[in-house]
Design a protein around this ligand. Structure first.
Ligand SMILES: [Zn+2]
Length: 334
């Protein structure tokens, strides 16, 4: 389903406002550079801009998303909208030359043309120099959109010829809203949105059974920690280690545990709006009563220490056993 203007306006209000104004006043720039991390909506905004430029039933600045042009742009089949992506590791001079060749003709269906270059920082030097010449002599009715996650790698000469729009990193609540729109249950959406600030990664994670199971194991581990520490150690062997096999998975597991302690803290501070394990309020309330604020802070810092030790050569099972004992005793790593 096509992403709508209003949805992106929630995530990238400044970018969308600037584009809306330019489209409405028919003052669209010759070249834009969209910069920001992966998953911040650069590709979706490029699509919307393309549709706004070519839509047959545009309403002020919004594309209708239904006309022939909008549909062809959504499916990548509009003859005057060109996408360029790295061919292997880089964008090569030949690709830019082919584009110039194509753009020396007038539009197939109108007098407008648009090209979008994804990962523009991956242009070879020759490709970048070719593009530079192209940007220096803009053709009428031609719009360029360059996308990059690595702004610092773009040539300053190219940057200076583009209107730069910065895409902000999304707050967890925005990512969670997006995930819920994709039918992810709220408790998983909010948790995944805290693990990564990349929408696509968060979506992948929350659709993975591994993630839902990870969450269950973390909750069980916390429960075990409240009772019998030898049972908690048993859980590490039987459940935790087989599930969190890679260091990166272990890192996510520790994050999930950390959010649980943060939730207890938020509960004690009466900041319910920050709670991540939102479907477990009853258990959280019981647990929060049984734990002092001082201990919570100590335990959060112990988990952070364990996360830091993941990057050393320490045996991960030993690390987890040590963590359990430290959490139980409320003491730091030594
Ligand atoms: Zn349309």
């Amino acid at each position: 389903m096509a992403v709508l203007w209003d949805q992106l306006e929630q995530y990238q209000p400044i970018v969308m406002k600037m584009l809306a104004r330019s489209i409405e006043k028919e003052r669209v720039a010759h070249a834009y550079l969209f910069e920001g991390q992966r998953g911040t909506g650069k590709r979706e905004v490029s699509l919307l801009l393309a549709k706004s430029l070519f839509c047959l039933n545009r309403l002020t600045y919004r594309p209708c998303n239904e006309c022939r042009n909008c549909r062809r742009i959504d499916s990548g089949n509009h003859p005057d909208v060109h996408w360029i992506e790295p061919d292997g590791q880089s964008i090569k001079k030949g690709q830019i030359e082919a584009l110039q060749e194509e753009f020396s003709k007038t539009g197939v269906e109108s007098n407008q043309k648009l090209y979008i270059i994804r990962h523009a920082d991956k242009m070879t030097n020759n490709a970048a120099n070719s593009l530079l010449k192209f940007l220096e002599e803009p053709h009428r009715g031609t719009t360029a959109v360059l996308l990059t996650e690595q702004y610092h790698r773009m040539l300053p000469t190219i940057i200076s010829r583009c209107q730069v729009l910065s895409f902000r990193t999304l707050p967890p609540t925005a990512i969670a809203d997006y995930l819920r729109e994709q039918q992810i249950p709220p408790h998983l959406a909010l948790l995944a949105a805290h693990v990564t600030n990349n929408r696509e990664e968060a979506l992948e994670l929350s659709r993975d059974d591994w993630f839902a199971d990870a969450r269950k194991i973390v909750l069980q581990l916390y429960e075990a920690l409240q009772g019998n520490p030898s049972y908690a150690l048993f859980m590490i062997h039987e459940k935790w280690m087989p599930h969190f096999q890679e260091k990166q998975q272990m890192d996510i597991g520790l994050d999930l545990l950390l959010y649980l302690y943060k939730d207890l803290m938020y509960l004690q501070l009466d900041q319910l709006e920050n709670i991540v394990y939102c479907d477990r309020l009853d258990s959280l309330q019981q647990w929060a009563l049984a734990c002092s604020q001082k201990r919570m802070i100590q335990n959060m810092s112990t988990i952070l220490q364990a996360k830091a030790r993941l990057n050393t050569n320490m045996n991960t099972q030993l690390l987890m056993e040590q963590l359990i004992l430290n959490l139980k005793e409320g003491r730091p790593f030594v």
